[in-house]
Design a protein around this ligand. Sequence first.
Ligand code: HPA
Ligand code: ZN
Length: 326
Amino acid sequence: SDLDAFITGLPKAELHLHIEGSLEPELMFALAKRNGVAIPYASVDEVRAAYDFSNLQDFLDIYYAGADVLRTRADFRDLATAYFDRVAADGVVHSEIFFDPQTHTDRGIPFADVIEGLCDGMADAEAKHGITSKLILCFLRHLSEEAAFATLDAAEPWLDRIAGVGLDSSEVGHPPAKFERVFAAARAKGLKLVAHAGEEGPPDYVREALDLLHIDRLDHGNRSLEDPALTARLARTGMTLTVCPLSNVKLCNVPSIDVHPIDRMLELGLRATVNSDDPAYFGGYIGENFRAAAAGRNLDKRQLATLARNSFLGSFLDDAAVADHL
Ligand code: HPA
Ligand code: ZN
């Protein structure tokens, strides 16, 4: 349709994408075979059938198990390449990619192989598609502060290739306060700061992310809407929210796409963006997220253009590069 073509043609940045969450079942099978890794599924269809989640933890259990097929530098390169090849067709011109080093280093995979493989794929994507990208290292919040510090230490040789740090995995019970000191250390190294907050956790976790972690960008943030003073503060300060519509539905944080608050966020003056989160698991890449939100909430071209524009304003590109994209 006309709106589909408009969405595809809108240049956009993706700001909330877990690269491990872009592992499609077909690549999972191919890597399992290449690396001689056993996986608990007989077919690609069986894998897809297992992607029926009631909450974040249900998903995380399957997502961490799937990541076990990623073993070598070439695997991480192939993973990144598959993502970029797919989103080139969605009009993505820039992507800020999360990766979870602890998921791999805890299995004995060298940090170097993870990051060098991702950087290989990023360089290929820039050459092949003209897509620019940055890396954001996420700490797994269900693990300890000490483990997060060890991960930040392990990243030291590659800090010139890491734009920032983030916080992901099981939210409830692992508030931002747990990582106040490690975020301060990352800030002292000149890294940008983001955190998942208010996906399943309460508005107070969003306040902690602002006041204790000093985040530059808020991942999800949906539950901020329960607190009008917090919502007003996010709007007033121009905080970018990296919203993930299909993820919210798949993880049952929003009952259906027809009642997703993406348009309410814009009306409240929030700098909301549209992203895919874990596209291989949640039913679509960024284009599908835009199309689902547009259909579910009857978004018009002005709203869609605002969402795409917000993705550049909220990116960690320098001002000249942002201006080039607007
Ligand atoms: N939330 C928290 N942790 C995650 C997610 C998410 O949506 N995706 C991958 N890790
Ligand atoms: Zn996420």
